[in-house]
Design a protein around this ligand. Structure first.
Ligand code: SF4
Ligand code: SF4
Length: 133
């Protein structure tokens, strides 16, 4: 599927950006809830993956502010099990990218606690790559 980026802003534009970045057609989702049921982090999310897609389709506000974007670890269980072949993990990754582009870094490097220095370097680098623009 080829989707080209267009100019503008608003809820429709967010949906369009997500579809361009993720290369997924969100209207293919029929809201079965399998992605949410198989997500190991669902209990920590403030908007389950199926609801997140519905919010995007309906143009509901606040999607980019959801904790779900940062709780998702990209394990792709949702993607593997979606009966509609939707790459849900990629949709959430697209939202993270948009959020980082629009609002700057999610993780302030200068404000990391001293305990962060005890982390394995690869964990620290991976976290910074994922949470900073
Ligand atoms: S598993 Fe696929 S079709 Fe079902 S709610 Fe999730 S994204 Fe939609
Ligand atoms: S990729 Fe994210 S949303 Fe999908 S199952 Fe894994 S943690 Fe849950």
């Amino acid at each position: 599927m080829t989707i080209t980026m267009r100019a503008g802003s608003g809820p429709d534009e967010l949906l369009h950006k997500v579809e361009v970045l993720s290369e997924q057609h969100l209207a293919n989702c029929y809201q079965c809830g399998t992605c949410a049921a198989t997500c190991p982090l669902a209990a920590q999310m403030d908007l389950l993956p199926d609801m997140l897609i519905r919010h995007l389709l309906f143009g509901l506000p606040g999607v980019l502010e959801r904790r779900t974007l940062w709780v998702c670890v990209g394990c792709e269980s949702c993607t593997d099990r979606c009966p509609r072949g939707i790459d849900v993990a990629r949709i959430i990754e697209a939202l993270r990218q948009i959020r980082l582009q629009d609002r700057g870094d999610e993780l302030a490097v200068a404000q990391l606690p001293d305990a962060a220095r005890e982390l394995p370097p690869i964990a620290l680098v991976a976290s910074l790559r994922r949470h900073t623009g």
